[in-house]
Ligand binder design. Structure first.
Ligand SMILES: Cc1cc2nc3c(=O)[nH]c(=O)nc-3n(C[C@H](O)[C@H](O)[C@H](O)COP(=O)(O)OP(=O)(O)OC[C@H]3O[C@@H](n4cnc5c(N)ncnc54)[C@H](O)[C@@H]3O)c2cc1C
Length: 307
């Protein structure tokens, strides 16, 4: 690479030869300054400067700029994001991986998309519940601010409704597990269908999207349980609450014990094929059991540094 310093060295000024130039205190200082400037700039390529001014441009790593953070409950918020120009869109129910940098380490976590796919402003949103010790979730809910640029991935995941939505659907959600289902509820027309959505949260104040649940779209019957003063909807209660559950294709997302219990119940009833499950936490398979382990859709990576 031709640097300012090397040009100086090749073209002596004021009639000085390179040897003589090297001897002048002024030129020594100039050369030292040039070396420092070169050292500071060398690992940085033009794209790095472009990233500062146009991080969302086409051709750059996919990023998003946070444009709003809207509280949903005391510990959950919807993060509205303007995605980079190369964003390819998503199907309701899919998730993105989000990368944020904390102390030089990039942390990746997955979040379901909750936005309206037809929004003309091109914005997308995720809805995050801050875990008590959660690094990324607490950052996004409590510390991030509009204007912050985060890394994102293209959407992925197959927790989606089929092109032709079944006539009878059951959504079972718990806590923040409502997010992918809200993505579906906001983006499909259920008029003329028979949809039941049973959601559980500890208290009324903990219900994310409470207003939308109270004002469910046509064709959707919402059942909300507050588990602090009512019994959480258990698989055994399905016969009573949704008597025709065996006829309903079912999408379920919530805490691990809830998912495990419903999976076992559907398996015992020979109805596993009805169940579509989204897990926010990995399934741990005990050593020696065999089978498939689902891996965490996230992770931490040290950001490569060039010294
Ligand atoms: C496909 C997918 C979609 C997801 N969608 C959403 C979403 O829409 N909204 C949302 O809030 N989260 C969602 N998650 C969970 C999210 O990716 C993170 O796991 C969560 O935000 C915690 O990350 P953290 O960095 O804050 O916690 P960490 O710092 O990783 O962990 C802090 C503590 O919380 C525990 N913990 C981590 N994750 C969970 C969890 N999910 N449930 C209970 N305890 C946990 C850890 O064991 C640890 O003790 C999704 C996960 C997946 C795989």
């Amino acid at each position: 690479m031709t640097t300012t310093a090397s040009r100086f060295e090749a073209r002596p000024q004021s009639g000085l030869t390179p040897q003589r130039a090297g001897g002048s205190p002024f030129l020594k200082a100039r050369d030292a300054a040039a070396r420092i400037a070169r050292g500071l700039a060398t690992p940085v390529i033009p794209d790095d400067y472009l990233d500062l001014f146009a991080p969302l441009r086409s051709g750059a790593d996919l990023r998003g700029r946070i444009v709003a953070i809207t509280p949903e409950t005391r510990d959950a918020a919807t993060i509205t994001i303007r995605p980079g120009r190369d964003w390819q869109g998503h199907a309701p129910g899919q998730y993105i991986r989000v990368g944020v940098d904390v102390d030089g380490v990039r942390h990746w976590r997955a979040y379901s998309l909750t936005s309206d796919t037809s929004a003309r402003d091109g914005l997308i949103s995720i809805t995050v519940k801050a875990m008590p010790d959660g690094l990324v979730s607490r950052y996004l809910v409590h510390d991030a601010r509009p204007g912050v640029v985060i890394q994102i991935d293209q959407a992925s995941g197959d927790f989606v409704l089929p092109q032709s939505v079944p006539a009878k659907v059951l959504f079972l959600t718990g806590g923040s597990g409502i997010t992918p289902v809200m993505g579906m509820l906001r983006n499909h027309d259920f008029d003329g269908l028979d949809v039941v959505h049973a959601h559980s949260a500890p208290t009324a104040d903990d219900v994310i999207f409470a207003r939308e649940l109270a004002d469910a779209p046509t064709g959707v019957r919402a059942i909300v349980r507050h588990t602090d003063d009512e019994v959480m909807l258990t698989p055994e209660q399905l016969d009573e609450v949704v008597p025709d559950w065996r006829e309903r294709e079912t999408w379920i997302c919530g805490p691990t014990p809830m998912l495990d219990a419903f999976e076992a119940h559907y398996a015992a009833a020979g109805r596993t094929e009805l169940l579509h499950v989204e897990r926010f936490r990995p399934t741990i398979v005990e050593a020696g059991e065999g089978g498939t382990a689902s891996l965490r859709v996230g992770g931490d990576s040290r950001i490569p540094r060039t010294e």
